[in-house]
Design a protein around this ligand. Structure first.
Ligand SMILES: *Cc1c(COP(=O)(O)O)cnc(C)c1O
Ligand SMILES: [Zn+2]
Length: 497
C-alpha cells in the first residue's frame, strides 16, 4: 500500500519521526556519552556500553493499541526503509532518518512450526524462527543493518569522510559486515579478522566474495577479538563486533518480530537461543523488556540460553543458584560443532548480567536460565530436525537440544510452547554434517554418528556397459538405450521397487 492510501490518522502512526535522545550508557560507572562519536567501551572505566533512549518515556503517550496498529500497518506499507528491522524504528534507533537506512532484506524471518512427528518425538510444542533466511544467512544481519545505517547517517549527515570497518568473527559477523559494507558508500571499507581454520569454507568465502580484506589469525575467536580491540583502541576504525552497541539495538528486532507474529500474546512462550559472545541474548531480553514497558506485550516470555559443554562460561556462571556466590570466570574453549558460539570470554557478559537482572525483576527468577548440552546432542538434534523439513544449522541444533535439556530439568510448565532460534542457515555449517556422515569428527569433539541419521550418496554404475556418457561425449542409439535401461534397473533394485 502507498502512504497516501492510508487514512490521515493511520498516516500519522505509520511514518516514524526522527527523534529521541540516544546516549551510550556505561554498565560499569553508569556515565552517559553522546552518540556523535563511535564508542565501544566507556572512556572513563573501560566497561561495555548499551545505547539507551533517555527520553524513552515519551513513548508512553502512545497507547499499546496504537503501537500494535503502527507495527501492523507498516507490514502493508511499501517503503524499503521500513521493510526491515526499522519497522520498529522507534524502539531501535529513531535518531537515524529514513534516508540513511540500509535495507538488504534482513529481518522478518519466518516462524515455522515444528513438523508434527518431530513435535511428537520431542514431546513439547515448538517452532523455529529461521534466522538463516537473512541476506548473509545468519541473524547477524539484524544488528549489522542498524550499525551500518548509523555509519551511513554519519557519512550522509555528519560530515564523516571515510570509515574502515573492522570485526573479529566466528564467521557470521564478518560475512554480514562485509556484505553491508560492500553495498554502502565507497567511503566504507571493510576488514575482517578470522581465527585461522576455525570458520567454515562458506563463511570464509562470503567476505572474500564481498571484497573485504580478510585476515586469518592463529588461535581461536577470543584471540582475534583481542587484536581487533587493540586496533580499535589505537587507530581510527569502526568496530563492528557486538561490542558495538548499535548491533545490539538492531538485534532487538528478533523479539519484536516474535511478538508481532504471535499477535502480541506471549503467554506461555519460552524462547531458546545459543549463546556465544552473548550479544544476541542481551538484545533479545532488551527487546522484550521495551515491549513490556510500553504495554505492547503484557507477559514476558521465558528466556533460555544454551551453551555447549565445550564453551560454557555463561552456563557455569548461572549454574551457581546463589547470586551472591556467582563468580565470573572465562573458560578455555574446546572444539565445537556450534562453532559460531565457540567463545570462552563473551564480550557482552556485563550486558547479560544487567539485562538478566532487569528481566528477572520484571518476570520472576525463573524467567531467565542457561542450560548446557553436549556436542553429540547438538549434532543429533540438528540432523533430526533437518530430517523433518527444517533447515537449521548446528547452533539451531543446540537450541533444540537445549529444549530437551530444559524439559528434563523441569524448567518448563506443561502448557508452555517454545520458540527456538535457528541462528544461521544449515548450508553454512554443512562440513559438520559431512563429518558426522563420514564418522570423521576429530576425537576432541566426542561425536559419533547415530546410524539412523547417517546418509551418503550412492554411485550408480551399471555393469556390462562398454562406454559411459561423459561431458562432450554423449552416447547414442542402442548404446544410449542400454545405458538408460541398465542404470534404471540398478536404481529400481536398490529402491526395492
Ligand atoms: C554469532 C552467532 C551465535 C552466537 O551469538 P552471540 O550473540 O555471539 O551470543 C550463534 N549462532 C550463530 C549462527 C552465530 O552466527
Ligand atoms: Zn564507565
Amino acid at each position: 500500500m502507498r502512504l497516501p492510501d492510508f487514512s490521515p490518522e493511520d498516516r500519522a502512526l505509520v511514518m516514524p519521526q526522527t527523534q529521541g535522545d540516544l546516549r551510550y550508557q556505561c554498565l560499569g560507572c553508569s556515565s552517559l556519552h553522546g552518540i556523535d562519536e563511535l564508542l565501544y567501551t566507556c572512556p572513563n572505566c573501560g566497561q561495555v556500553l548499551l545505547i539507551e533512549d533517555q527520553d524513552f518515556d515519551r513513548h508512553a503517550a502512545t497507547s499499546p493499541v496504537d503501537w500494535r496498529r503502527r507495527f501492523d500497518l507498516r507490514r502493508m506499507l511499501n517503503l524499503p526503509a521500513l521493510k526491515g528491522v526499522f519497522r520498529y524504528s522507534e524502539l531501535i534507533a529513531p535518531v537515524i532518518p529514513l534516508d540513511s537506512v540500509i535495507y538488504l532484506g534482513e529481518g522478518h524471518t519466518p516462524l515455522v512450526e515444528a513438523e508434527p512427528r518431530l513435535t511428537g518425538q520431542i514431546g513439547f510444542p515448538f517452532m523455529f524462527k529461521n534466522d538463516g533466511q537473512n541476506p548473509s544467512a545468519s541473524f547477524k544481519d539484524r544488528g549489522m543493518a542498524a550499525a551500518m545505517s548509523y555509519i551511513n547517517y554519519l557519512i550522509k549527515h555528519q560530515g564523516v569522510e571515510r570509515i574502515l570497518s573492522v570485526c573479529a568473527s566466528t564467521g557470521d559477523t564478518s560475512a554480514s559486515a562485509a556484505l553491508y559494507a560492500s553495498y554502502l558508500d565507497a567511503r566504507v571499507k571493510s576488514a575482517v579478522l578470522l581465527p585461522h581454520g576455525k570458520v567454515t569454507a562458506q563463511q570464509l568465502a562470503q567476505p572474500l566474495g564481498s571484497g573485504a580484506q580478510v585476515f586469518e589469525v592463529p588461535g581461536v575467536f577470543d584471540d582475534c577479538m583481542k587484536v581487533v580491540e587493540h586496533l580499535s583502541e589505537n587507530w581510527p576504525v569502526a568496530l563492528l563486533n557486538s561490542k558495538n552497541a548499535w548491533r545490539i539495538l538492531g538485534q532487538e528486532s528478533y523479539s519484536y518480530e516474535i511478538a508481532q507474529d504471535l499477535d502480541y500474546d506471549l503467554t506461555g512462550c519460552a524462547v531458546f537461543m545459543p549463546i556465544g559472545n552473548a550479544g544476541n541474548v542481551s538484545a533479545i531480553m532488551s527487546g522484550f523488556l521495551k515491549l513490556h514497558r510500553l504495554g505492547i506485550i503484557t507477559s514476558l516470555p521465558r528466556i533460555i540460553g544454551v551453551q555447549s559443554h565445550h564453551a560454557d562460561p555463561v552456563f557455569q556462571y548461572y549454574n551457581q543458584p546463589d547470586a551472591a556466590k556467582r563468580k565470573w570466570r572465562p573458560v578455555a574453549v574446546q572444539p565445537s560443532a556450534a562453532q559460531a558460539a565457540m567463545i570462552g570470554n563473551p564480550v557482552s557478559m556485563p550486558r547479560v548480567r544487567e539485562l538478566a537482572r532487569r528481566y528477572q525483576l520484571a518476570a520472576g527468577p525463573a524467567s531467565f536460565a542457561v542450560v548446557q548440552v553436549s556436542e553429540q546432542e547438538i549434532m543429533d538434534h540438528m540432523l533430526l530436525a533437518n530430517r523433518h523439513g527444517h533447515i537449521i544449522c548446528t547452533q539451531g541444533g543446540e537450541s533444540l537440544a537445549g529444549l530437551v535439556r530444559a524439559r528434563e530439568q523441569g524448567l518448563l510448565a506443561k502448557d508452555e510452547f517454545a520458540v527456538l532460534d535457528a541462528t544461521a542457515h544449515h548450508l553454512k555449517f554443512i562440513g559438520f554434517q559431512q563429518m558426522y556422515f563420514e564418522d570423521s569428527f576429530p576425537p576432541e569433539f566426542g561425536v559419533r554418528p547415530r546410524p539412523d541419521l547417517v546418509n551418503s550418496p550412492q554411485l550408480v554404475r551399471a555393469q556390462g556397459l562398454e562406454r559411459l556418457p561423459e561431458p562432450g561425449r554423449p552416447l547414442e542409439g542402442e548404446e544410449m538405450d542400454e545405458f538408460v535401461r541398465l542404470t534404471a534397473l540398478d536404481i529400481a533394485k536398490r529402491l526395492e521397487l
